[in-house]
Each structure stands twice: as C-alpha cells, then as structure tokens.
Design a protein around this ligand. Structure first.
Ligand code: NAP
Length: 255
C-alpha cells in the first residue's frame, strides 16, 4: 500500500519544523526525494541531517513563500536536483493571534500573504512542469480553524485557511484532465515544537477539548498527506480530510 511514493520528487514548504518536518520525514522514509523549505537554514539543515542519517534523500532550500522570486527559485532547484516536482505539500504557515478590533491592516495582510497567497504561488509555480508531465499531486495543509470552526483571535488565520479550500476547489476542476490532483488535510491540534514551548498546562487544556484526549502527532498529518500523494488516490481531487482526534464532532460541550 502507498508504495508509489518511492523515487518521487517532493517539495514541502515549511518543512523545517512542525507538521512540515513530519511530512518530510515520513515521505523520505517512503523513498521520496525531498526538498524542504523555510526561512531559517539552521532548523532546515537539522531536518536534512535527520533524514539523511536515516538513509533518506533530502535537501534544504531557503525560501520565503510570500516571495514569488523565492518560490520560482525553489521549483527551479527541485527541477535541477530531482528532475521536476511530482508532489507539492504547500504547508508553510503562521498563526499570529489578534482580535479583529485591534488588528492592523498589515497583520491581516501578513497572514493572508503567507498562508493563502503563499500556497497559491507555490501551486502556480509547480503547475507548468506537472502539466508537461501529465501528472502531479498537490496537498495543502489547511486547518479545522476557518473551514469548520472559529477561534477568537484567529479571524485572519481562519480566513486564510478557508481561502485555501476555495482555491483548491477551483484548481481541482481546472487540473482534472491533466492528471493532477489537489486536496487538503485539515489538522486539529497537533503537537509541534511551538506547542511544546507553550507548556504542559496549555497542552493539557487543549487535549481536554479533544475526544481522544490527546494532541495529534506530526506523523498523523503526514500519513493523510501520503494517501493524497499516492497513486492509489488518483481518482480523489478537490477533497479534504480532517485529522483531529474527533475534535469537531461533538454536538454539545459535555462528555
Ligand atoms: P510551525 O511548527 O510553526 O512550522 C511552520 C513552518 O513553516 C516552519 O518550517 C517555518 O519555517 C515555515 N514558515 C513560516 N513562515 C514561512 C514563510 N513565510 N516562508 C517559508 N516558510 C515559512 O507550524 P505548524 O504548526 O507545523 O504548522 C504548519 C501548517 O499546519 C500551517 O499551515 C498551519 O496553519 C497548519 N496547522 C497547524 C496546526 C497545529 O496544531 N500545529 C493545526 C492546524 C493547521 P521558518 O520559520 O524558518 O520560515
């Protein structure tokens, strides 16, 4: 099952930490040739070391998803090193907290630029190569926040994550006859380095809101992405999968 990943060229934006790191490591373990990105080379190189010492193939490429020049250079590097891009995981994102009443216009723009426009630009940059090959897999890391739920302080974030799905559905139709699929994973609360820094009490409170009473692991998201990236998912496009330990299911706030 899912053996079709071996040898494929993967770009994962924001692959230097958190969920993107999980995607990079799980895909590399399945034999993908990984190009992972981020703005900080130190964290990116560390992930590359972890992957290569486990026998995988990975390279870090410094790139800001809010820069069209950086995005184009990222795809050019993957093409030079790995002969193109078979799979794009558009994952890089930020989640600053601010209520609408206090939000500066620039704060809104930054969240939308990185999370939504950044995803669009990464997708756009990969398309000509994928169309030429007549195949491609695109997986967006969205969120339950925005598409399914709301959270005070995260209106800009929620708008960016819901916006990704609007883009996805239009693009899925445009690309349906080119052998290219585009789907999204919607994580709930996932245990990342940032979450660990927030501390035990915060983690306990977040876990208490999840029916499974625990946070998700970065690999939980990676395995969902792996399915969308596989040959086995070739007839699935424009779809979402929620990976949240049942967080969005309850009808009432009681156990
Ligand atoms: P994280 O641990 O903070 O990692 C974010 C990654 O994105 C890092 O590699 C970071 O590297 C990179 N990044 C941030 N801004 C960037 C930019 N402008 N250009 C290029 N890379 C950039 O975050 P995470 O929790 O794993 O989140 C990853 C994705 O999952 C996001 O899209 C987020 O919205 C989504 N998500 C996360 C959760 C969760 O519970 N963790 C839940 C739902 C959705 P640099 O800082 O070095 O650039």
């Amino acid at each position: 099952m899912l053996t079709s990943i071996a040898g494929k060229s993967l770009i994962v934006t924001g692959g230097s930490m958190g969920i993107g790191k999980g995607i990079a490591k799980v895909f590399a373990a399945k034999g993908a040739r990984v190009l992972l990105t981020g703005r900080n080379a130190k964290t990116g190189d560390k992930v590359v070391d972890e992957i290569t010492s486990a026998g995988g193939t990975a390279v870090f490429h410094k790139s800001d998803v809010s820069s069209w020049d950086d995005i184009q250079a990222m795809v050019a590097r993957a093409t030079e090193l790995h002969g193109g891009v078979d799979i794009l995981c558009a994952n890089a994102g930020i989640f600053p907290n601010c209520n609408v009443v206090d939000m500066a216009i620039d704060e809104w723009d930054e969240a939308l630029d990185i999370n939504l426009k950044g995803s669009f630009m990464a997708v756009k940059a990969c398309l000509s190569g994928m169309i030429e090959k007549g195949q491609g897999r695109i997986i967006l890391t969205s969120s339950i926040t925005g598409p399914v739920t709301g959270m005070a302080g995260w209106s800009h974030y929620g708008a960016s994550k819901a916006g990704q799905l609007g883009m996805m559905r239009g693009a899925a139709l445009e690309l349906a006859q080119n052998g290219i699929t585009i789907n999204a994973v919607l994580p709930g609360n996932i245990m990342t380095e940032g979450m660990a820094e927030a501390g035990g009490e915060y983690i306990r409170r977040m876990a208490a809101t999840v029916p499974m009473k625990k946070l998700g692991a970065i690999e939980d998201i990676a395995y969902a992405a792996l399915y969308f990236a596989s040959d086995e998912a070739g007839y699935v496009t424009g779809q979402t999968i929620i990976v949240d330990g049942g967080q969005v299911l309850p009808e009432a706030l009681v156990d």
